[in-house]
Ligand binder design. Structure first.
Ligand code: SF4
Length: 91
């Protein structure tokens, strides 16, 4: 086997390995990722109701188009009326 073939084979295995790791993540729905973020939700004391007039829809981290939050990657179940301790008022 030539050095070029070894290098190409090595690159193929690296890319293939990375793809195998990424596939389960890509295939997950927002619901599954939401479940994955349960520990983050708990850590940030996420709740689905506002607190002291503060809610996700007025937070800088809220992504309204996807019902997401920059702190909960892939999670699409952050409700506009929700709240967590990382709340940051939109400017
Ligand atoms: S940081 Fe907290 S309050 Fe702000 S959008 Fe995300 S979950 Fe809602």
């Amino acid at each position: 086997m030539t050095d070029l073939n070894k290098s190409t084979r090595r690159q193929f295995l690296k890319v293939g390995g990375a793809a195998l790791v990424a596939l389960p993540i890509i295939g997950m729905s927002g619901t599954a990722l939401a479940a994955q973020n349960a520990s983050v939700r708990t850590a940030l004391q996420y709740q689905t109701t506002p607190k002291d007039g503060k809610q996700c829809s007025t937070c800088q981290n809220f992504q309204a188009a996807t019902n997401g939050c920059t702190l909960f990657p892939g999670d699409t179940e952050i409700v506009p009326t929700g709240y967590c301790s990382a709340y940051l008022l939109k400017k």
